[in-house]
Ligand binder design. Structure first.
Ligand SMILES: NC(=O)c1ccc[n+]([C@@H]2O[C@H](COP(=O)([O-])OP(=O)(O)OC[C@H]3O[C@@H](n4cnc5c(N)ncnc54)[C@H](O)[C@@H]3O)[C@@H](O)[C@H]2O)c1
Length: 303
């Protein structure tokens, strides 16, 4: 037991398994009272059961901690609100929310159906909004609070997970918007892009060179929720944690600009753009080429 989060109340979504479970256990071990939310679904999002959230509450209680289960679906406004309402009803305040819940429905873009797109975006992106929305209203009045969203390195793009990638990119913009909009109310917002061994990462078709355990991710989240991170004024950031590595992502910014003398025409742009503004080569495309080479050589590609 540590005391990094002594006296704090933290709600964690997707806290029944994998990374969310490790975050909930670590928060409780560091002194927080924890709302354990999990809809208890398969990787694809089906067959919900409330047993999964309850199981983690029992684990926390057995270790001497305090926790309460909420088995609602985060992709509904009512679900997000209930997580926050339960925190207030049980513990009287809400210091942090961590939105970890997620599902996968993999398909190439040209074959992807509405049933594969909508629930993935709803669980990740809307499921972060519903909880941030309800929590930020409370935190604004408290004058303090910390929001943590979960993104992925795949926000850079993905061959067969356009739905997941788009949702994860959206979460980064949502986190940065929360950081900006809530700055004057003392509320911080950051995103974590983890790489950890869970059921979700078990089927990645490549050898991950940098991967760790859910507990590595939990340690970073505990830090982000703590007063130590708040004292450092950490907000609007995206951190990767992969085993022993922690990395910060760059803020999006214009790379290179050029200006016209008069109005743009397609011809002027064709003459001007390639040599002056140019492009920013896509690292993920280079990785695709490495994967194609490895496939041709019958090797398992590295990432
Ligand atoms: N594991 C990795 O390497 C990795 C990499 C990049 C990003 N991520 C992200 O980290 C997060 C956690 O992933 P994980 O690997 O622990 O996955 P996981 O499948 O082990 O756990 C996800 C949990 O979310 C719950 N959940 C799903 N839909 C829900 C809903 N609508 N409402 C409430 N709970 C719901 C599930 O029941 C499950 O317990 C996800 O957002 C994932 O996209 C994970």
């Amino acid at each position: 037991m540590g005391n990094f989060l002594a006296g704090k109340v933290v709600a964690v979504t997707g806290a029944g398994r994998g990374i969310g479970r490790a975050v909930a256990l670590a928060c409780a071990a560091q002194g927080a009272q924890v709302v354990v939310n999990d809809y208890g679904v398969s990787v694809e999002g089906g067959e919900p059961t409330s047993e999964v959230a309850l199981g983690v509450v029992k684990e926390i209680e057995a270790a001497g901690g305090a926790a309460v289960a909420v088995a609602d679906d985060v992709s509904t406004m009512a679900g997000g609100q209930r997580i926050v309402d339960v925190a207030l009803a049980e513990y009287g305040r809400l210091d942090g929310v961590v939105c970890v819940a997620g599902i996968l429905r993999e398909r190439m873009l040209f074959n992807m159906s509405e049933e594969e797109w909508d629930p993935v975006v709803a669980t990740h992106l809307k499921g972060t909004f519903t909880v941030f929305r309800a929590a930020s209203a409370v935190m604004r009045k408290q004058g303090t609070g910390t929001l943590v969203g979960f993104t992925s390195g795949n926000h850079q793009g993905s061959v067969a997970q356009a739905n997941y990638s788009a949702a994860k990119g959206g979460i980064i913009s949502l986190v940065r918007s929360a950081a900006l909009g809530l700055h004057k109310y003392g509320v911080t917002a950051n995103a974590v892009a983890p790489v950890a061994r869970t059921r979700m990462s078990a089927n990645v078709p490549m050898e991950l060179k940098e991967i760790g355990e859910p507990e590595d991710v939990a340690a970073l989240v505990v830090y982000l929720l703590s007063d130590r991170a708040r004292e450092e004024k950490i907000t609007g950031q995206v951190y990767t944690v992969a085993g022993p590595k922690i990395a910060v992502w760059a803020q999006p910014r214009e790379l290179r600009a050029g200006y016209a003398d008069g109005p743009w025409t397609p011809e002027r742009i064709a003459d001007f753009l390639p040599g002056t503004v140019g492009t920013d080569p896509m690292p993920m495309l280079a990785r695709l080429e490495e994967m194609a080479r490895a496939a041709a050589a019958r090797e398992r590609p590295n990432q």
